[in-house]
Design a protein around this ligand. Structure first.
Ligand SMILES: Cc1cc2nc3c(=O)[nH]c(=O)nc-3n(C[C@H](O)[C@H](O)[C@H](O)COP(=O)(O)OP(=O)(O)OC[C@H]3O[C@@H](n4cnc5c(N)ncnc54)[C@H](O)[C@@H]3O)c2cc1C
Length: 473
């Protein structure tokens, strides 16, 4: 029998974005219905950030054994028990899952419905036995792997982020299609865990990043034995008898054979079957149309996170959620700022970025000021023998920070200061004048900011002097 519910807010999708809206709204005593058709926690917990970072952590331990010699620790080729690695990944998911569980949200006062949601009209969503007439709806349905139209791909038995973490046996030769963050993070993790890995990319690897910095990470990946083939077009894929695939390329490149194929070719918003037309929500192949307040063309309906396109990141989904809560609950005139959302590629070295890259800033403005500082000039980096990489900061000629990119150890941690700097419209003077703990990697940011105040001719002198003083001890 159909039951009718009339909450203040109905959230469709219990991933990073949807859960944040539901938790915040419930905390303010607002009635919320949360509709989820799959696993609570969405992509991030089950098939994305959490399992990938757990796998990367296992891979880092394996690599640390190989790299012990300079520290006086006997280097050894690690013995990898891949079934135990798989267990570690699943245990990590299980340890976080209670935070995102239906039980927890029910205890918070949220009505959780485990069913697919679809709009029946502009103000009604159907989910299982329920007919939900909410004051406001929030589409937080996430995204799924985008499947490129490569002949033979559908019969190749390919893996995606939804299946790769279920492997209990290590692939002998993993072929990854796509050299974006996900493809390269997993490529390095599997390589360090003992697989042979080839990455095939139709364009440039890490195309969104400033090549000056991404090239540092790509070199490290190649040095570790990952074969990264850029500007390489696949013509078709053939499943080989038993186990394995053959990937064929346009003329000039020899075909490649591997045991497993991983697709990492981007993500498409989950909008199919939502009944968007019935709800009067403008959408197309590009996704949903939302304004700067994350409102769709139906004023009753908001969209956020991966479903709303733009930056497909958990921190973006949570940020969107905070804005939507402010807009719905407090009627505040919110406005999304994508320039304050940091992104990190969790390879080693990590690449972290916020705001404008140098190429973007040069396109947008006539004059900019560029500052750099290398890890090689950082004492902590020497102690850790992690001296590869640098920070690059972009500012206006008057010193307002426009962006920062870091490639190197703990770049993902260091970028948070710059995210704050952009959010609060800080200047290089603010960064140059705070006191950083010593010895920390964070000092590279402060040192880069200080160079702003050094006239160009003296910068080289200062660099030389610093190097000289270091040699003297
Ligand atoms: C391998 C990988 C690694 C990643 N690593 C990172 C990282 O390190 N850092 C980072 O910030 N981001 C990372 N991401 C991206 C991150 O996972 C996503 O950006 C984030 O999960 C998006 O959150 P969301 O709430 O928009 O959607 P999701 O978390 O995907 O949640 C959407 C939910 O909606 C449900 N749903 C869909 N349609 C319906 C419907 N009609 N009715 C009911 N329910 C529905 C789905 O089942 C799902 O549970 C990674 C992604 C991948 C694939």
């Amino acid at each position: 029998m159909t039951k009718t519910l009339t909450p203040d807010i109905c959230v469709i999708g219990a991933g990073a974005g949807g859960l944040s809206v539901a938790a915040a709204a419930a905390a303010f005593g607002v009635s919320v219905v949360l509709v989820e058709k799959g696993s609570m926690g969405g992509d991030c917990l089950n098939y994305g950030c959490v399992p990938s970072k757990a796998l990367i952590a296992a891979a880092r331990h394996a690599q640390a054994l190989r790299e012990g010699m300079p520290f006086g620790i006997g280097a050894a080729e690690p013995e990898i028990d891949f079934e135990a690695v798989h267990r570690h990944v699943q245990e990590t998911i299980a340890s976080i899952a209670p935070n995102d569980s239906a039980e927890r949200f029910t205890a918070l006062g949220v009505e959780v419905i485990r069913a697919e949601g679809r709009f029946a009209d502009a103000s009604t969503l159907l989910a299982g036995e329920a007919e939900i007439r909410a004051r406001r709806f929030v589409i937080a349905t996430g995204s799924s792997p985008a499947i490129p139209p490569i002949p033979g791909l559908d019969r190749s038995g390919y893996l995606t982020n939804e299946t790769i973490f279920t492997l209990t046996r290590r692939p002998d030769h993993l072929i990854v299609i796509g050299a974006g963050p996900m493809g390269l993070e997993l490529a390095q993790a599997f390589r360090r865990l003992g697989s042979m890995v080839t990455v095939v990319e139709a364009g440039a690897a890490l195309a969104k990043e400033d090549p000056e910095l991404s090239s540092v990470a790509l070199k490290q990946l190649r040095d570790e034995g990952i074969d990264i083939r850029e500007h390489t077009r696949i013509t078709h894929i053939t499943r080989l008898g038993g186990h394995g695939v053959r990937v064929s390329f346009t003329t000039g490149h020899r075909a490649l054979e591997g045991t497993h194929l991983l697709l990492a070719t981007g993500r498409a918003p989950n909008l199919d079957g939502l009944g968007l037309d019935k709800a009067g929500i403008v959408h197309g192949e590009w996704g949903l149309e939302v304004n700067a307040r994350l409102r769709t063309s139906n004023r009753r309906v908001y969209a956020l996170g991966d479903a709303a396109g733009s930056m497909q990141l958990t921190n973006a989904a949570s940020y969107h959620a905070a804005l939507v809560v402010r807009a719905i609950l407090f009627r505040l005139p919110v406005r999304v700022r994508h320039d304050i959302i940091p992104r990190v590629t969790f390879t080693e070295p990590e690449i972290a970025h916020v705001g404008m890259t140098e190429p973007e800033a040069r396109q947008a403005r006539r004059r900019i000021h560029v500052m750099r500082w290398p890890y090689a000039e950082n004492d902590r980096a020497h102690a850790e023998r992690r001296t590869h990489g640098h920070i690059k900061v972009i500012a206006t000629p008057r010193g307002r920070i426009l962006g920062a990119t870091i490639v190197g150890a703990q770049a993902g941690e260091l970028i948070n200061l710059w995210a704050l700097a952009l959010a609060k419209k800080m200047t290089v003077r603010d960064i140059a004048s705070y006191v950083a703990a010593y010895p920390t990697f964070s000092e590279i940011g402060k040192r880069a900011a200080i160079t702003y105040f050094i006239p160009a001719a003296r910068k080289t002198l200062v660099r030389k002097l610093t190097g000289f003083l270091r040699k003297l001890g």
